[in-house]
Ligand binder design. Structure first.
Ligand SMILES: Nc1ncnc2c1ncn2[C@@H]1O[C@H](COP(=O)(O)OP(=O)(O)OP(=O)(O)O)[C@@H](O)[C@H]1O
Ligand SMILES: C[C@@](O)(CCO)CC(=O)[O-]
Ligand SMILES: [Mg+2]
Length: 397
């Protein structure tokens, strides 16, 4: 029986180049963001599993014995290398009272939790009697990898509570990280959670949530980028809602309908990611302005390509126009169709110019903020290092 409380977190991400193309085997470059999702797990002594997800208005609890019966009813194995089967997901939907095909955030979040809880406990031990609270600094469904940060937190917490990985936090430490081998296991299970939420994810988002930093991702191969300079990025949330699952499915349909037209666009996006990687790795840690024109042009070209594959949105066109009027270059990030865009700031872009661009973006109803990139991946925290009042307020919300 699990007897410790855990608090852990995973970062969101920004994709610099390669979103959507990465689902079809091309290269993506992605960096971890300094906005995180947090999870608190506490042992529960009433033989129940409780989840509280205030970000998507979910508060549910189940008897362990019901979850165990459900688990026994599955004929197919649960494994981190196997996709959730249609039969498993249908059974879980029926159990949780979720309509077939439901894409509402609360339905997907509940389904992902149930799948991961049953799958991980079936493979590594018993269903643990725990109470789980998840909260996030990330906007949900806006292109910043909120689903992956959620799945990474769930994977790390459930694997720890089932004894499949260690609890690396020593007395007196405020944070700790797992070993490479343990991170690989967390990443594999988080990918299964992403599969429940996205349908057909590439795995780039959960890789960044797990390892953090800056990385190149292609067909499951994760390569940390060498010497990434400190980039200044302005993030803008258009607040136009969209679903990654729907957008990814739309791109697939377009490729099937017009393969001779779409495949060269994906190849060209791949070339953009490769070119961007070469430029970033050639730049010194604190780069001078002369390196920026190429990065800016790559942003412009990639934004046009993403429009061609059908994941643009008028709000994103507007974002690009507004920043261009201040001499700044932007592109959508993540799945597109609304959500967030990123704007590259040069080291010498003056605070006044940034403020002026932000003012005009806010006047469009957008929200924007300057970010740091390259944050650490999934991390265990001592409960005392997090604000007790915040935890208390969240528990009651
Ligand atoms: N804090 C959270 N608590 C519970 N579920 C969450 C939370 N954040 C995200 N989710 C789940 O993830 C879904 C959003 O995932 P989606 O992939 O559409 O957007 P995203 O991950 O924010 O953007 P992108 O995939 O483009 O980076 C929500 O519908 C919800 O099911
Ligand atoms: C659109 C996409 O490329 C990125 C979503 O953040 C989907 C994926 O890679 O799974
Ligand atoms: Mg997502």
């Amino acid at each position: 029986m699990w007897e410790r409380s855990l608090v852990l977190s995973a970062p969101g991400k920004v994709i610099l180049h390669g979103e959507h193309a990465v689902v079809h085997g091309k290269v993506a470059l992605a960096v971890a963001l300094n906005l995180r999702t947090f999870l608190r797990l506490r042992p529960c002594d009433d033989s129940r599993v409780c989840i509280h997800l205030p970000g998507v208005s979910v508060r549910r609890s189940w008897d362990i014995s019901c979850l165990q019966d459900l688990q026994k009813g599955f004929t197919a194995d649960f494994d981190e290398s196997k996709s959730p089967s249609v039969e498993q997901l249908d059974t879980l939907r029926e159990f949780a009272g979720i309509a077939a095909g439901a894409t509402a955030p609360e339905s997907l979040a509940t389904l992902a939790f149930l799948y991961m809880c049953l799958a991980i406990s079936a493979k590594y031990g018993d269903v643990p009697s725990v109470d789980i609270l998840v909260w996030s600094e990330l906007p949900t469904g806006a292109g910043l990898g909120s689903s992956a940060a959620y799945a990474v937190c769930l994977a790390a917490a459930l694997l720890t509570a089932c004894g499949a990985i260690s609890c690396p936090l020593k007395d007196g430490e405020s944070t700790a990280r797992w070993t490479e081998e343990e991170l690989t296991l967390i990443n594999s299970w988080a990918f299964q959670g992403e599969r429940v939420i996205h349908g057909n994810p590439s795995g780039v988002d959960n890789a960044v949530g797990t390892w953090g930093g800056a990385l190149r991702y292609q067909s499951g191969k994760i390569t940390p980028l060498k010497r990434v300079p400190t980039l200044r990025i302005l993030l803008t949330n258009t607040k136009v809602p969209r679903s990654t699952k729907v957008l990814v499915a739309g791109v697939k349909e377009k490729i099937l309908k017009f393969p001779a037209i779409m495949n060269p666009v994906l190849d060209s996006i791949d070339a953009i990611s490769q070119e961007c990687q070469s430029v970033l790795e050639a730049m010194p840690a604190n780069p001078s302005p002369e390196y920026y024109p190429v990065l800016e042009e790559l942003f412009d070209i990639n934004q046009h390509q993403l429009n061609v594959i059908g994941v643009g949105h008028p709000s994103l066109d507007r974002l690009c126009r507004v920043t261009a009027s201040h001499g700044l270059h932007s592109k959508l990030t993540g799945a597109g169709g609304g959500g967030c865009g990123i704007t590259l700031l040069r080291p010498d872009t003056s605070p006044l110019a940034v403020e002026a661009a932000k003012r005009d973006l806010c006047a469009c109803g957008f929200e924007c903020w300057e970010t740091n990139i390259g944050a650490p991946g999934v991390t265990l925290h001592s409960s005392s290092s997090l604000d007790a009042e915040v935890l208390q307020a969240l528990s009651q919300s």
